[in-house]
Design a protein around this ligand. Structure first.
Ligand code: MEV
Length: 314
């Protein structure tokens, strides 16, 4: 019996440990795929080009503005595959909270590109995947560094520098537990990235100092991770949060959760991703401490929390 072909593609959420925003200016960032959250796309043949996801169901041509990057991912991939005239049904399911600094837009694009390549039985290498995803990310974020595409499509922690070949990075810190907390407020990556650019234009010397300092802290974070020094890592995260505040990308809710985490024993806490809402991360030295911090964050308004060990033997 003839079996209808279905294409499948997946990606995970991502966490930026250090270096958001400064990564756009060529400084390094440390990020890893956050496999607690994931997204999957299926592609099947259809008489019209349609999309079915949590936020929209209908013709792909009619997607609302926040989903325009998805349309771009589909269109660019079909052009790359020389299949512009095909009509397909795309179905997306996701556990990555949208617009919370977890890379949902990049992950959606990654899963779409992979599903379309799978549908047409073409191998999808990272070399082909990343430029396609970054074109879609330009629509979502304006000026993406490429870190979200790289982190949501891989399996490894990355020491990422814009425009350079991907460098995997062993994330293995003893007694290190990361608590991720969602403010429940939509992050505004696009606006935050563009506001930092405006600040940069207004006062280049001052903003460049913050960006350079974030780069220095990120390089230092890599060293202390390799030296297995959890306390130093927490301290560096706290310093990074001050720099991010100076770049105007934190906000009241993020600051409140950062304070709560520290008051409940976190050795480090900062926003993660684009900021202005979205998620924050904090660092604890034991699972019990992490659970206590997660509970306190929920009491202070976090709508969701996750705990992730940063060490293989923790
Ligand atoms: C804010 C930012 O640095 C990270 C967004 O997850 C933007 C980017 O690198 O594309």
């Amino acid at each position: 019996m003839y079996k209808e072909k279905i294409g499948h593609g997946q990606a995970s959420g991502k966490i930026i440990l250090m270096g958001e925003h400064s990564v756009v200016y060529g400084e390094p960032a440390i990020a890893f795929p956050f496999q607690e959250t994931f997204i999957a796309t299926t592609v099947e043949s259809s008489t019209a080009m349609t999309l079915d996801c949590l936020y929209f169901s209908g013709n792909l041509a009619d997607v609302p503005s926040p989903l325009k990057s998805i349309k771009e991912a589909v269109n660019q991939t079909l052009i790359a595959l020389h299949q512009e005239n095909t009509t397909l049904k795309l179905t997306i399911t996701s556990t990555i909270p949208a617009e919370r600094g977890m890379g949902s837009s990049a992950a959606a694009a990654v899963s779409i590109v992979r599903a379309l390549f799978d549908y047409f039985d073409v191998t999808c290498t990272q070399e082909v995947l990343l430029p396609l995803v970054n074109r879609a990310e330009k629509i979502a974020h304006g000026n993406p560094s490429g870190i979200d595409a790289a982190a949501t499509s891989g399996n490894d922690s990355l020491f990422f520098i814009k425009g350079q070949p991907l460098e995997s990075f062993p994330m293995n810190v003893s007694n290190a537990f990361l608590i991720v907390a969602d403010t429940g407020i939509k992050g505004q990556t696009r606006a935050a990235v563009s506001d930092v650019a405006k600040l940069f234009e207004q006062d280049q010397a001052k903003i460049a100092q913050h960006i350079t300092e974030l780069g220095r802290l990120t390089r230092l974070a890599k060293q202390v991770i390799l030296a297995d020094d959890v306390l130093a890592l927490g301290n560096i995260m706290n310093q990074a949060q001050e720099q991010l505040k100076a770049l105007s990308v934190s906000n009241e809710q993020l600051d409140r959760l950062v304070t709560t985490a520290r008051e409940n024993g976190a050795i480090g806490a900062k926003l993660t991703g684009g900021g202005r809402g979205g998620c924050m991360i904090s660092l604890a030295e034991s699972k019990e401490q992490a659970e206590k911090i997660a509970a306190a964050l929920k009491n202070t308004g976090a709508v969701a929390t996750w705990i992730q060990s940063l060490g293989v033997n923790n």
